[in-house]
Design a protein around this ligand. Structure first.
Ligand SMILES: NC(=O)c1ccc[n+]([C@@H]2O[C@H](COP(=O)([O-])OP(=O)(O)OC[C@H]3O[C@@H](n4cnc5c(N)ncnc54)[C@H](O)[C@@H]3O)[C@@H](O)[C@H]2O)c1
Ligand SMILES: O=C(O)C1=N[C@H](C(=O)O)CCC1
Length: 265
């Protein structure tokens, strides 16, 4: 039986690519599409194609009324937590694509998921090559203590740091040995120039025209440096396969799992 999927943010940059892929997949069924601006329209037509027989609705609550197995969220940082909690309380598994959630937000989502016997999957980045960047950085952190994360995006990105950088820093923090650099609290001058701490890792976010989204882990050791970096282009296609992998697997577990690499092996 096909997995019934709701896509929230279904007409957005990423959500539209995911919704089209769900419509095209034989083992998935687009059970709902949430997009406030297109509410009432057929989602196939709203995406520039043939009618799909699914009317766009304005809220996740409305979409859930038709029945679903998985909610995929590609909306906005201020909407994603409420959408996820709404789905969880209806017993529906969630794939979180939207960035902007903190470790505390994820703890709350995990608690709700466990209480409702539901699986939730979240990845700061669903692209295969961005996930490899994270995997290689985590490998390097086992051998090199000093690492900082730099996140680059266009000036319009609404959240900082990126979901990619936040997840990378959180995960590096669980592995790293104490850094050798002077603690920020002991520095003179303008301390903010040393970036923000996520866990035990300093993160620096640049927002400049010309970037789509790039993220790098920069390791330093006496006399040498190692740079592990991912650069995204301007197409949403790289995020689709990883998102659909999560959709197909999210109901196998209860509670929250984070990081696409968990689904690689
Ligand atoms: N994890 C990943 O791999 C990955 C990949 C791409 C994008 N993202 C993240 O996904 C999010 C969306 O990115 P995008 O580039 O597709 O954005 P977008 O602006 O193109 O699309 C977002 C869609 O959500 C809708 N929306 C916004 N606020 C909403 C609300 N409160 N309720 C309902 N719908 C709402 C918008 O109308 C829009 O259609 C961002 O947080 C981005 O960082 C993550
Ligand atoms: O375009 C964006 O915005 C993206 N956001 C994610 C992030 O915050 O890391 C990753 C992919 C693109």
């Amino acid at each position: 039986m096909a997995i019934r999927v709701i896509v929230a943010g279904a007409t957005g940059w990423t959500g539209s690519a995911v919704a089209k892929a769900v419509l095209a997949a034989e083992d998935l069924m687009l059970a709902g599409a949430v997009a406030r601006s297109s509410a009432g329209r057929d989602i196939g037509e709203a995406l520039g194609g043939a009618p799909a027989g699914v009317a766009v609705v304005a809220t996740v609550e409305e979409a859930l009324r038709a029945g679903a197995d998985v909610l995929v969220d590609y909306t906005a940082p201020q909407a994603v937590k409420a959408n996820a909690l709404t789905a969880i309380s209806a017993g529906v598994a969630v794939v979180v694509g939207t960035s902007g959630l903190s470790a505390d937000d994820y703890a709350e989502i995990d608690k709700a998921a466990r209480a409702n016997n539901v699986g939730v999957f979240a990845a700061g980045n669903y692209s295969i090559t961005a996930t490899l960047m994270t995997k290689f950085a985590l490998m390097a952190a086992r051998y090199v203590a000093d690492v900082e994360v730099i996140d680059y995006a266009s000036g319009g990105k609404p959240d900082t740091p990126s979901g990619t950088a936040r997840e990378l820093a959180e995960r590096l923090s669980t592995l790293r040995k104490p850094a050798t650099s002077k603690p920020v609290s002991e520095l003179g001058g303008v301390r903010e120039t040393r970036g923000g701490a996520i866990g035990a890792v300093q993160v620096h976010s640049l927002r400049l025209p010309g970037y789509v989204l790039s993220c790098e882990a920069q390791f330093g050791a006496p006399g040498e440096r190692l740079l592990i970096r991912h650069d995204a282009g301007s197409d949403a296609a790289p995020y689709v396969a990883g998102t659909l992998l999560a959709v197909r697997r999210v109901r196998d577990e209860v509670g929250l799992r984070r990081g696409l690499d968990l689904l690689f092996d």
